[in-house]
Design a protein around this ligand. Structure first.
Ligand SMILES: C[S@@+](CC[C@H](N)C(=O)[O-])C[C@H]1O[C@@H](n2cnc3c(N)ncnc32)[C@H](O)[C@@H]1O
Length: 355
């Protein structure tokens, strides 16, 4: 089944006619004017030529567009995105053809049967950094083994919520036959549950890359017999009742903004109601429902609504067992406003039980 899943990846581009080229000898302003007129450009000779053109494009847009207000920043970002994605780079035999280019293993893994095509330069930068994360792995304070997140899969960069879950799992006294991890992502929560003695974890995700990535990561190891995956929304094919359901959902409501369709970060209007309705059917009478959340949306004034508090107040399905909170250890922040926000940021671990 897993073999048939097609992963998300930058779309290869096969131009009908050769593109205008860019290298050090070519006038940058003229190239930028070309981009503004919607003409795609091909980076040639050196990888760094792409970096130079991108940085000049950024400066040019900054000069020509104000980016003070929220709305202006949005327009600025959208213009930059549109124009920068017209800058292409060539891939032949799974390698970038320009000199001094980074090695990016995804070009072989994600495009095994395609040997000559173009990709937008910013997407190649994304592939490059994702390859570094994947190759080097990420050390997680609560796990012995590093995570190796697959391309396009959400992975944790701060760990306070994982520490909360770890502490809760240490004290968990219930049965450990099975658990469900909704939105398994890079697998971190499932690995924590296995570490704490759960015999079987059923994971789902709507992101195909998460399922393909974890399948590859686990290979034929013992882990692959303990964690079962389904590429499906919410609970997927897992119908049987279980003693523990864990969900680290998106923390921010999706607004009408077009670029906010990342399902790891933004939730839609029905996600929580659907989740609680389905969770009710699958939680054993003595089971625990654990949801990781944060006050991020509230302290940034995105919304006053809190989907878990809403459920407890109005759902009639679950009652509160415990809520643990932990201040987020902030990385150093640039602005006062950001520092102020960070100092209030907390992650939350909600434990709900049947009414
Ligand atoms: C914030 S990430 C958490 C990932 C991982 N569990 C972790 O803690 O690092 C949310 C995950 O849920 C997935 N997701 C979003 N909506 C979903 C849905 N309706 N059903 C299943 N998974 C979903 C996303 O693709 C993403 O992998």
């Amino acid at each position: 089944m897993i073999k048939d899943i097609s992963v998300n990846k930058p779309e290869p581009f096969f131009p009908k006619q050769p593109l205008v080229q860019f290298n050090r000898l070519i006038n940058i302003n003229r190239s930028i004017k070309g981009l503004e007129a919607g003409k795609a450009i091909l980076i040639t000779e050196f990888y760094s030529n792409g970096l130079v053109l991108l940085s000049e494009l950024q400066k040019y847009i900054k000069k020509t567009m104000p980016s003070e207000t929220f709305q202006e920043q949005r327009e600025y970002r959208s213009t930059y995105q549109k124009l920068s994605n017209l800058i292409y780079i060539q891939v032949v035999d799974h390698k970038l053809t320009v000199k001094k280019a980074p090695f990016i293993g995804w070009l072989k893994k994600l495009y095994p049967g395609t040997s000559d095509f173009l990709l937008p330069f910013p997407q190649v930068q994304g592939l490059n950094s994702a390859w570094q994360w994947y190759q080097n792995g990420i050390l997680i304070p609560v796990l012995r083994n590093k995570l190796h997140p697959y391309y396009g899969v959400y992975f944790p960069t701060r760990f306070d919520h994982l520490i909360l879950l770890d502490n809760w799992l240490k004290r968990y006294k219930g049965s450990k036959k099975s658990a469900i991890d909704v939105g398994i992502g890079s697998g971190v929560l499932a690995f924590q549950m296995i570490k704490h003695g759960f015999q079987k974890v059923f994971g789902t995700d709507t992101n195909p890359n998460a399922i393909v990535g974890l399948t590859e990561y686990m290979g034929g190891t013992k882990l692959s017999r303990k964690i079962q995956l389904d590429f499906a929304p919410l609970f997927g094919q897992w119908e049987k009742q279980t003693e523990l359901i864990v969900f680290n959902p998106p923390w921010l409501p999706a607004s009408q903004e077009l670029d906010k369709n990342d399902q790891a970060i933004y939730y839609n209007e029905t996600l929580f109601l659907d989740f609680f309705t389905e969770a009710k059917k699958r939680l054993l009478p003595e089971g625990k429902l654990v949801i990781i959340f944060s006050n991020l949306a509230q302290i940034t004034d995105v919304t006053k609504e809190h989907p878990i508090e809403n459920e407890l107040a109005n759902g009639g399905r679950f009652k509160l067992d415990t809520c643990l909170r932990k201040k987020v250890k902030g990385a150093s922040s640039k602005t006062k406003r950001e520092q102020n926000r960070r100092s209030k940021e907390e992650v939350e671990l909600w434990v709900l039980v049947n009414e």
